[in-house]
Design a binder for this molecule. Structure first.
Ligand code: MN3
Length: 231
């Protein structure tokens, strides 16, 4: 993925069949080459009208939606979120995967949620609670603690000052071909292909940034009207 306009859909670091039998090849192909591609195309088309925005990074676009021209604000919010959320989702899949968190993140999960089984139950409950389309997330909050939260549609946790560690896409397009309408089965299967190695790296990067007092996340320029359900 390049830093800014024109954004391109880089190939996944694994074949579309890599998550079989948990997530099927056709779903992975459609999800990446059609759904993510559409968000990238829409974002590029929207930005093409405003040359001044072409050197903004994806994160800058997400964090500063309120200062964008009004006629493209909604389109940029939807599509930059769609690009970020999908890239994050795909980057946190692996097969074979470690079946449990490990390292520093594992310690933090045990501290916050007691044990992995309890974390898993709470994360699943959150993912099931998303009404319609959206995501469940494991994030680090402003106090440096882990939290489970959900977002609707293509909203992201970034404007709330939350740092994503892991997410699951629970839009129906992420599972309908294999799991039909049974989101719970998809969530159970997804737990088998969580890239805990990458999630641990996300967590370590965040905690190292906090320790050194720097953060890549700027404060949002204005209070942000997103539809968040915080648990
Ligand atoms: Mn999706």
């Amino acid at each position: 993925m390049n830093e800014h306009y024109r954004f391109v859909n880089t190939p996944l670091p694994y074949p579309y069949s890599a998550m079989e039998p948990y997530i099927d090849e056709k779903t992975m192909w459609l999800h990446h080459s059609r759904h993510l591609q559409a968000y990238i195309d829409n974002l590029n088309n929207t930005l093409s009208k405003y040359p001044a925005l072409r050197n903004w990074t994806l994160e800058e676009l997400i964090m500063n939606t309120a200062s964008l021209p009004e006629d493209i604000r909604t389109a940029v919010a939807h599509n930059s979120g769609g690009v970020f959320n999908h890239q994050f989702y795909f980057s946190n899949l692996a097969n074979p995967a470690q079946q449990q968190p490990f390292g520093t993140l594992n310690e933090a999960i045990r501290n916050r949620f007691r044990n992995y089984a309890s974390f898993q139950a709470q994360f699943k409950e959150a993912a099931l609670s998303v009404f319609g389309s959206g995501y469940a997330w494991l994030v680090v909050n402003a106090f440096g603690e882990l939290d489970i939260m959900t977002t609707g549609n293509q909203d992201t946790p970034l404007p709330l000052g939350l740092s994503p560690i892991l997410n699951i896409d629970v839009w129906e397009h992420a599972y309908y071909l294999k799991h039909y309408n049974v989101r719970a089965d998809y969530i159970d299967d997804w737990f088998h292909v969580v890239n805990w190695n990458n999630a641990n790296k996300n967590y370590m990067r965040k905690t190292e940034m906090a320790a050194s007092g720097s953060s890549s996340l700027a404060a949002p320029s204005k209070p942000y009207a997103l539809h968040f359900q915080t648990r």
